[in-house]
Design a protein around this ligand. Structure first.
Ligand code: GLU
Length: 303
């Protein structure tokens, strides 16, 4: 009985979400970042970083290869028609390239899922990674982190018609979806073992599963979930308060301290000269959350 009424509704929701992502013909463009609102980043002249293997290799080839996400609204999104990436993380990647002396438009972005970030940095597939990447002690054993440049917190996304889930304590027996290899997945596994965890490579697949009643909630950082909710406001809502701290860092190959510290300097300078805020306002700010103060940068010693 329920399913016959629910499935068409869910399919509509899915179509709404897809239409919002792709832009319907004849309707006003979706609330994505407007290219003309994005800041222009001054490229550092005569910048050199010979102490960094990663920088030296990039400079020789003439551009950075940057790892990112492609399905996280306002943070890292790829336009399927043009292949262009946009969002707050993408802007951070661009301003970093400019500070390191290479024009941002030359960057080659590569989509790397949460579970593959450390390997991609370890095997030289990418020079640095900017994609909702939480800095933590375990990951620091495998990669380096500049930043943090933003502070997120784990939260929950549910359907608008869901009334039982208000926080992680309500997940007992519920199907909860997150990305494999992510800190939110790990936290549910260890702290809320009575939840029924479902893992996919990406959060957008989790959101599809939520809209079609395959799962009851999606869990990851509030910054990511707010973006999905904003794209399908009639169907989805973020509930409860954030229940973790997720400081976002720029991932670099472990041991390349010269690159890591140069990125710390660059972030600090871009926060000071207003570029960080301009980038935020033109991207993540569109989800309705005003620009916070960026967290203090943690220039940890070489390891
Ligand atoms: N920030 C969390 C993490 O780094 C969740 C978001 C993501 O998977 O990128 O695991």
């Amino acid at each position: 009985m329920f399913r016959t009424t629910r499935v068409p509704r869910a399919l509509c929701a899915l179509l709404t979400l897809l239409a919002a992502a792709c832009g319907k013909q004849g309707s006003p463009p979706g609330k994505g970042p407007a290219p003309e609102k994005l800041p222009h980043y001054q490229v550092a002249r005569d910048f050199r970083l010979p102490g960094s293997r990663t920088w030296t290799r990039a400079e020789k080839r003439g551009y950075f290869v940057v790892g990112a996400k492609e399905d996280q609204p306002y943070l890292g999104e790829k336009d399927p028609a043009t292949g262009t990436y946009s969002g707050f993380d993408i802007e951070i990647a661009r301003m970093m390239s400019a500070s390191l002396g290479l024009p941002p438009r030359t960057i080659r972005f590569r989509t790397i899922a949460s579970a593959n970030r450390e390997t991609a940095l370890q095997n030289g597939q990418i020079d640095y990674y900017v994609g909702t990447y939480t800095i933590n002690a375990n990951r620091k054993k495998l990669v380096g982190f500049a930043g943090p440049y933003y502070m997120a917190g784990q939260s929950l996304l549910v359907r608008k018609d869901e009334n039982d889930i208000h926080g992680p304590q309500d997940l007992v027996g519920k199907r909860v979806c997150s990305a494999a290899g992510s800190t939110p997945y790990q936290r549910i596994r260890t702290d809320y073992p009575k939840a029924v965890l479902v893992a996919y490579d990406t959060y957008s697949v989790c959101v599809d599963n939520l809209l079609t009643y395959q799962v009851d909630a999606v869990t990851t950082d509030d910054a990511i979930l707010i973006g999905y909710a904003a794209k399908a406001p009639g169907e989805l809502k973020v509930v409860g308060k954030p229940f973790s701290e997720e400081p976002y860092g720029i991932g670099v190959p472990r041991g390349d301290n010269a690159l890591r510290l140069a990125l710390d300097d660059a972030l600090q300078a871009r926060e000071k000269n207003g570029d960080w805020k301009k980038a935020y306002d033109a991207t993540l700010g569109l989800s309705g959350v005003p620009a916070p103060h960026p967290p203090a940068i943690d220039r940890y010693p070489a390891s």
